[in-house]
Design a protein around this ligand. Structure first.
Ligand code: SF4
Length: 287
């Protein structure tokens, strides 16, 4: 367990980064917890490497960042397949998630409760709009303050008692961007905020931390960043619109983010990341 700091951490981001680092440091991880999480990681890695990863449904984690992607999925079009060798990237993601859970569980003081891969009922607004979706989802980590007086010795709580933590493994470039990104004016191309908007509407946290793990530099610090709840409220409204609109939203994403969208859409001669880039290009909406 992490020791009392000389002075309470200023915020949850600093505290979580310190807890994770302590838990990951030599001799600090609880051996039972480490074994359990390593076993879970192994199972998830095996599944990922042996199963087909092709997506067939809109999910909280996929096809929501751009309304036209959502539209194509609703029309029954298949996304372009992921690279054949993507399994290793996903497998490493599972390992880093599970080991991060082990670090946090080992180092978090007992005045906090942490739940990992917490199963939650997806909200009614989502299930009504996506009836083919699963009824449940999983939140990476939910931390709750159990003993306010003691918790206040570790960090300035400022009224934040329920914290939703979502871990994302990131390469070096994305990590650098994540650390300085203003979420209000940066495209959420990979749908991180979309996913958080859905989960935040199930557990109503006081704070949401989008937390990067640098997979290119494993000794780097953890990167928790707080995402404003108002931003997630707006995102939820936008998702609902994308899930229920009756006509092709055409350039919605491009108009929302202008040139900043090109990196993801694959414009200007680049490959991009959108699984509907070819279809989008071939059915370009004229003004
Ligand atoms: S290419 Fe860009 S605008 Fe077109 S569907 Fe993909 S993300 Fe949306």
């Amino acid at each position: 367990m992490i020791n009392y700091p000389d002075k309470p951490y200023d915020n949850w981001s600093q505290f979580l980064a310190a807890v994770w680092k302590h838990g990951m440091s030599k001799g600090n991880m609880d051996p039972q917890v480490a074994k359990f999480r390593a076993f879970r990681a192994g199972e998830a890695m095996g599944d990922t490497l042996t199963r087909s990863n092709e997506a067939r449904y809109i999910r909280p984690s996929a096809f929501l960042s751009c309304a036209r992607q959502t539209w194509f999925m609703r029309q029954g079009f298949a996304p372009e397949p992921m690279p054949e060798n993507i399994g290793l990237t996903f497998a490493m993601g599972h390992a880093m998630h599970e080991l991060s859970y082990a670090a946090v569980e080992s180092a978090l003081p007992s005045c906090f409760k942490a739940e990992f891969e917490k199963e939650v009922d997806l909200p009614d607004w989502w299930r009504n709009a996506v009836p083919e979706s699963a009824e449940h989802g999983h939140i990476d980590c939910l931390i709750t303050v159990e003993d306010e007086e003691e918790a206040a010795q570790y960090l300035e709580l400022n009224g934040n008692h329920i914290i939703l933590v979502d871990f994302k493994t990131m390469g070096g470039y994305t990590s650098r961007e994540h650390k300085k990104k203003d979420f209000a004016v940066s495209p959420d191309a990979f749908g991180y905020l979309s996913q958080l908007a859905i989960y935040a509407s199930t557990v109503h946290p006081d704070q949401v931390l989008l937390t990067g793990i640098n997979r290119d530099q494993l000794t780097a610090e953890l990167m928790p960043r707080s995402v404003a709840l108002e931003l997630l409220d707006n995102e939820r409204e936008r998702i609902l619109q994308a899930l229920t609109c009756e006509t092709d939203p055409c350039k919605e994403f491009l108009e929302r983010w202008e040139k900043k969208a090109h990196f993801y859409c694959g414009k200007g001669g680049r490959k991009g990341y959108c699984p509907f880039a070819d279809r989008c290009e071939a059915t370009y909406c004229e003004d």
